[in-house]
Design a protein around this ligand. Sequence first.
Ligand SMILES: Cc1cc2nc3c(=O)[nH]c(=O)nc-3n(C[C@H](O)[C@H](O)[C@H](O)COP(=O)(O)OP(=O)(O)OC[C@H]3O[C@@H](n4cnc5c(N)ncnc54)[C@H](O)[C@@H]3O)c2cc1C
Length: 321
Amino acid sequence: MRQLIIIGSGPAGYTAAIYAARAQLQPLLIASSVEAGGELMNTTEVENFPGFPEGIQGPELMMSMQQQAERFGTEVVYDDVVRLELDGDVKKVTLGSGVTHEAQAVIFATGSAYRKLGLSDEERLSGRGVSWCATCDGFFFKEKVIAVVGGGDSAMEEATFLSRFGSKVVVIHRKDTLRASKIMQERAFNDPKIEFVWNSEVVGITGTDAVTGLILRDTVDGSERELEVGGLFIAIGNDARTHLVHGQLDLTTEGTIAVDGRSSKTSLTGVFAAGDVIDPHYRQAVTAAGSGTVAALDAEHYLAQLGDSVVAEAEEIVAAH
Ligand SMILES: Cc1cc2nc3c(=O)[nH]c(=O)nc-3n(C[C@H](O)[C@H](O)[C@H](O)COP(=O)(O)OP(=O)(O)OC[C@H]3O[C@@H](n4cnc5c(N)ncnc54)[C@H](O)[C@@H]3O)c2cc1C
């Protein structure tokens, strides 16, 4: 049996692996079969991860994290976890291949997924004008016309933030009223750089190497038109990847895994969670990495205590004889 299994190969999983491996826990990290490296594999330039003054490409950053984790003894497996049995002292992790690994502790770092529009051009132009994160990418859109899709609080927040950079921000919403809270709506309505296009949905994104425009369909009369933009931010929601632990771990009302205070401790002993899967607000590579550190330290502490109690039990048995 292993001491520790880490599920997820984003900044949270790899950072947890670096710490756990340096603590001699020889972790097994399940990286996923097709999405190894996490969300930063889908982007180009990352300019806000500390230590890279000139920026770094997302995939390069993730490869470096993996190499660093492996250098200290992390074993990486490219497979998906399909079933988890987390109750009790022995945690069971079953992979798509059918193999089941057992461990004393598990760190769950499966991240979250931004909701997508479902257009083929969305993937093609991801990192080339299509983005899901204004904090991450707003800076690249200076003096451009930027479109934001969505009508909730996060769409208003993204639009208000992006108005610092863009020449104009156009919020596109399927209805003629917003879902966002009153205060967020007012902030957006009062911003002279933000315009609204009501009753419209994005049905196409144009551009070969970068976004140049959107095809909008009127949700009332079905007519279509093109809107010239230099960027598209999709702000229609985000879902923590928790399906594997439904019914096993407590979740928050926001759908993330519930942890105890600033720790990574979930509702089950020996199970820790880190990164975007516990974070409804910040969702940045560096916060996920920090959260991975917390999880590794919590797991290390838990395993050390387990070790101590095994020794104490053995001493009691010896004393009794
Ligand atoms: C396009 C884009 C650009 C971004 N740019 C920036 C940026 O410039 N700066 C910044 O700070 N942040 C950026 N972010 C946000 C950042 O990528 C995330 O906050 C960060 O990756 C979260 O790390 P994580 O480890 O929690 O999750 P993730 O990076 O999402 O990694 C989760 C991992 O878990 C794996 N996984 C999930 N389910 C399973 C399973 N069943 N079995 C095995 N593995 C599984 C996934 O495959 C993945 O490897 C960007 C996000 C996107 C989408």
